[in-house]
Design a protein around this ligand. Structure first.
Ligand code: GLA
Length: 751
C-alpha cells in the first residue's frame, strides 16, 4: 500500500495489492482522473490521456489555440459548473457577489498516515498503520473558497474512501448549493446501473438498468436515506454476474437526503456524482466556516457482485461497526411487537418471556407502548419520563429485574426523534417540532418530528433517554423512527439558514446517538425506521444492527435480505420468525421456512411462542439450539449468494455461509411456488476447498402438504461429499410438491 506523487508527470497514484487509483494535474492545476481499477504498476499519462478537438467544448483562457483541452471533455476528480464543463457538477456555490461560476485549481497536497475522523459526521475507523490518506487542497480562483479532497486507501481492501471539505476563506458569506462526497468519471459508458429501491415492508429490491445518454438519478428527499432508495449504487459491465465481471460500487456513510446521479455525455463518457442531495439544500458558509461532506466508500471488483458484497461486508465489520460489537455474537431475541402490539401488562410480558426462555430465547424485548398513555399510535411520543404504570406497576426496573431473574437479557423500544401532538412534551414545547411559518404540520403515523437542529431539544432528549436507560439494567435498545420529514423549518434559525435544516437534523441525530450510545457502551442498540427506512452505513457507525423490514413474511424476506446483502453483512440484519398467517401479507408458510429465512441474519422471534402447540414448540426449541451452533458462521462468516429471487425463475432463492475457519458451510434454499413437472434444482456451491471432503451434519427440508406416497423424504446426514463435487456437479435439492418449501444443509469439512 502506498501513495506516490510523480513530480515529473504530475501524477498521484494510490495503490495496494488489489487496486490503483490514479489522478493527474494538467496545466495550471486542473485535477483530472486517469484510472481506477485493478492494480497497475504504472501508467504513462502521455499516452493514456488523448485530447481531441470537440466542437462546442470551450477552452480555458490561454489554452484556446490548440482547441484540444476542455473541461467539458476532461475526466475530472471534482468538477464544477460555469467555466467550461456543462456536465453535472460535484460542487455548487454562490459567491458573495452572487455569481456561481467556479474554477478550482490544485494548491498543495499532503499524505497522512491513517485516516482522521470526520467533523460531526460518522465515518469509518482504521488503525493508523493500515491506511494512508491523500489530502489535495484546491483553491477557487476568486479566492473565496478552499476545497480539500480526501482519498484513503486501506491495506488489502479493494476500496477507496472519499470525502470533501469546503471552507470559506473570503471576507463574506458564501451560499453552498452542493458538496458531493465524490465524483467518478469513466472513459466509456459500457455499464449498467444497479440500485436498491423499495417501499415500507418492501425494501431493497435490486434494479438493474442500462445507462442512457443523459442524466439518471436516484435520490431521497424524505429526510432519511429512505425505504425508496438506498444510498448505494453500482456501475457494472453488462457481462457482470454474481461471480464474474467488473463492478464500481459506492455507498454513503450518511442517513439523510442523498442523490446518486449518473450522466452519460454526448461523447459517451460516464460521470457518477454522489452525496447529500442538492435538491432543497443550501448551506450558508460564514467567513472561516467549513462544511464537510459525508464519507463515501468506493468498492471495486473484477469478480462480480458477490465479491463486491464480500468487500463491503468485511469493511462494515472491520471499519464501520462500533468495535465492541463488530465481533460480538448476537443473542436470540424475542420481541413483543407482533405478539401483543400495545396490549400487554407486566404479567403478560413475564409469561411471554418465560415461554420464550424455556425454548432457548436469550433476550426479551418490550416494544412500543410502555410510556405515557400509549395504548395505540396516536399519543405520548416524547413523554419518556412518564411510565404507563397501569401496564407496568413495578416500572421498567421491576420488569427488567424479573426478566433477568429468569435468566435472559432485557431490551426496550424507544423513538426519541419524534413527538406526538398529544403529549405533555408538545403541550409544553410546541416549537420543538419541525415547522414552517403559516403552514400546518403534516402528520405521519400521528406524529411530528422533533427539531434536532436545536441544541436545547437535543440536550433534553439525551437527558430524558439516558434517565430511562439508567433506570434499569437494560441490555438492548430498539431505536425507532417512524416518519419522513415534512414542513422542514426551525424557529431558531434565520431565514437564510432554513435550507440547512434537513442536514442539521441528521447531524443532530448523529449527535444524540453518539452521546447516548457512548454513555451506554454495554447496551446493544438496534436501529429501526419503520423497518429499513434508514439501513445505511451512517447509522451503523453507532448502532451495529438494523431491523431490516417490518415485513416478516418468509417469502418477501428472501428478496429483502438478498437485496440488503448487496452492501450490508448478515450480522447487521435483524430477521425474525413471526406468526402465520403473516401480519403483513397474510401468507402461511411452514415454520421451517420461516426459521431458515430468519436464521440468515440476527435471528429472533416476533411472536408469542407460548401460543404454539407442543409439537411446534419442540420444533422452535430445536431451531434455536441449531442457530446457536451456527450463529458464529452466520454472523461472522462469508456470505455467498447462489440463486437470486430477482432473476432466473424468480421463484427460488439460495445462499450460503462459510465460517471464518472455513470448516462449516451452511446452505439455504427456498422454492416458493410449487410447479408441476418440476425441474430438480441443483445448487452449485461456491468458495469451498475443492480437494476437501465435507460431511453432511444436518439436512432439514419442509414436508409435503399433500402426501405423495412415491415421494420419500430423504436424509443426507452422514453423507460425505467432496468440495469439487459440491461446487462443480452441484447438490440436488429435495423435491417438495408444496408451496413455500425450503432446505437447509449444514456441512462440516473433514480433517
Ligand atoms: C415501527 C417498527 C415496528 C414496531 C413499531 C412500534 O413500525 O418498525 O417494528 O417497533 O414501530 O410502534
Amino acid at each position: 500500500m502506498n501513495i506516490i506523487f510523480d513530480q515529473e508527470q504530475q501524477v498521484f497514484h494510490l495503490y495496494n495489492n488489489k487496486i490503483s487509483y490514479i489522478m493527474k494535474l494538467f496545466h495550471d492545476g486542473y485535477l483530472s482522473h486517469l484510472y481506477y481499477g485493478s492494480k497497475l504498476d504504472q501508467i504513462n499519462s502521455n499516452v493514456c490521456v488523448y485530447f481531441t478537438e470537440r466542437e462546442g467544448a470551450p477552452q480555458p483562457d490561454g489554452l484556446q489555440d490548440a482547441r484540444l483541452f476542455s473541461l467539458d471533455t476532461l475526466l475530472q476528480e471534482y468538477p464544477s459548473y460555469g467555466c467550461g464543463d456543462f456536465r453535472i457538477p460535484a460542487i455548487e456555490a454562490r459567491l458573495a457577489n452572487g455569481t456561481s461560476a467556479l474554477d478550482f485549481r490544485y494548491k498543495s497536497h499532503q499524505i497522512i498516515k491513517g485516516k482522521e475522523a470526520l467533523d460531526n459526521l460518522p465515518s469509518s475507523h482504521v488503525d493508523n498503520d493500515k491506511a494512508l490518506t491523500l489530502a489535495i487542497r484546491m483553491q477557487e480562483v476568486a479566492g473565496e473558497l478552499e476545497l480539500t479532497l480526501y482519498y484513503t486507501i486501506i491495506e488489502d481492501e479493494s476500496l477507496i474512501l472519499r470525502h470533501s471539505v469546503i471552507k470559506n476563506i473570503g471576507n463574506a458569506p458564501v451560499r453552498l448549493g452542493q458538496l458531493a462526497s465524490f465524483c467518478l468519471d469513466f472513459y466509456d459508458c459500457d455499464f449498467e446501473r444497479i440500485h436498491l429501491h423499495g417501499a415500507h415492508a418492501n425494501e431493497r429490491n435490486i434494479q438493474r438498468s442500462k445507462l442512457n445518454v443523459g442524466i439518471d438519478v436516484i435520490s431521497s428527499a424524505r429526510g432519511a436515506s429512505s425505504h425508496q432508495h438506498n444510498p448505494f449504487v453500482a456501475l457494472v459491465r453488462p457481462d457482470c454476474t454474481e461471480h464474474n465481471g467488473e463492478v464500481y460500487a459506492a455507498s454513503l456513510v450518511w442517513s439523510g437526503n442523498f442523490s446518486a446521479q449518473v450522466e452519460v455525455s454526448s461523447f459517451e463518457n460516464t460521470r457518477l456524482v454522489m452525496g447529500i442531495n442538492s435538491f432543497d439544500f443550501e448551506y450558508k458558509l460564514d467567513v472561516n466556516e467549513s462544511f464537510t461532506s459525508p464519507e463515501a466508500v468506493l468498492v471495486y471488483s473484477n469478480q462480480g457482485l458477490n465479491d463486491m458484497s464480500n468487500t463491503f461486508h468485511h469493511f462494515v465489520r472491520e471499519h464501520i461497526l462500533p468495535k465492541k460489537w463488530a465481533k460480538t455474537l448476537r443473542p436470540v431475541l424475542v420481541n413483543s411487537w407482533e405478539a401483543a402490539y400495545f396490549n400487554f401488562t407486566q404479567e403478560s410480558i413475564v409469561r411471554f418471556a418465560k415461554d420464550a426462555i424455556k425454548l432457548g430465547a436469550e433476550l426479551i424485548v418490550l416494544d412500543d407502548g410502555w410510556f405515557g398513555h400509549r395504548d395505540d399510535d396516536t399519543t405520548s411520543l416524547g413523554d419518556w419520563d412518564i411510565l404507563n404504570s397501569k401496564k407496568l406497576p413495578n416500572g421498567i426496573k421491576g420488569l427488567c429485574d424479573e426478566i433477568h431473574s429468569l435468566g435472559a437479557k432485557f431490551g426496550l423500544w424507544v423513538e426519541p426523534e419524534m413527538i406526538s401532538p398529544d403529549s405533555n412534551l408538545f403541550r409544553n414545547h410546541p416549537d420543538w417540532a419541525l415547522a414552517v411559518p403559516n403552514h400546518k404540520r403534516s402528520q405521519q403515523r400521528n406524529q411530528y418530528v422533533l427539531d434536532l437542529s436545536r441544541k436545547d431539544v437535543r440536550d433534553y432528549i439525551v437527558d430524558v433517554i439516558c434517565k430511562v436507560l439508567a433506570s434499569a439494567d437494560i441490555d438492548y435498545v430498539k431505536w425507532d423512527m417512524n416518519r419522513n420529514l415534512t414542513e422542514i423549518g426551525s424557529v431558531l434559525l434565520d431565514s437564510d439558514r432554513q435550507g440547512e435544516v434537513a442536514t442539521r437534523y441528521v447531524l443532530g441525530v448523529y449527535d444524540i446517538m453518539h452521546r447516548i450510545t457512548s454513555r451506554f457502551p454495554n447496551i446493544l442498540f438496534e436501529s429501526c425506521a419503520g423497518g429499513g427506512r434508514r439501513f445505511d452505513l451512517g447509522l451503523l457507525c453507532y448502532m451495529p444492527q438494523v431491523w431490516t423490514s417490518d415485513n416478516t413474511d418468509a417469502v418477501c424476506r428472501q428478496a429483502i435480505q438478498y437485496g440488503t446483502s448487496l452492501v450490508y453483512p448478515p450480522i447487521t440484519m435483524g430477521s425474525h420468525v413471526s406468526a402465520v398467517p403473516n401480519h403483513q401479507v397474510g401468507r402461511s408458510t411452514p415454520m421451517l421456512t420461516r426459521f431458515i429465512c430468519a436464521m440468515s441474519g440476527n435471528f429472533g422471534y416476533e411472536m408469542d411462542l407460548g401460543k404454539l402447540g407442543e409439537a411446534e414448540q419442540a420444533e422452535v426449541k430445536e431451531h434455536i439450539a441449531l442457530y446457536k451452533q451456527l450463529r458464529e458462521t452466520i454472523q461472522l462468516g462469508k456470505f455467498i449468494r447462489l440463486i437470486s429471487p430477482f432473476e432466473n425463475t424468480k421463484n427460488e432463492t439460495a445462499w450460503s455461509f462459510i465460517s471464518l475457519d472455513t470448516n462449516t458451510v451452511v446452505l439455504m434454499y427456498f422454492k416458493n411456488t410449487s410447479k408441476p413437472a418440476p425441474n430438480l434444482r441443483r445448487v452449485y456451491l461456491k468458495g469451498l476447498d475443492a480437494s476437501a471432503k465435507y460431511k453432511v451434519y444436518k439436512h432439514l427440508a419442509t414436508k409435503q402438504v399433500a402426501y405423495n406416497d412415491f415421494l420419500k423424504a430423504r436424509n443426507l446426514e452422514g453423507e460425505i461429499l467432496s468440495g469439487s463435487e459440491l461446487m462443480y456437479a452441484g447438490l440436488t435439492m429435495d423435491r417438495i410438491d408444496a408451496d413455500y418449501s425450503s432446505v437447509l444443509v449444514v456441512l462440516h469439512k473433514q480433517a
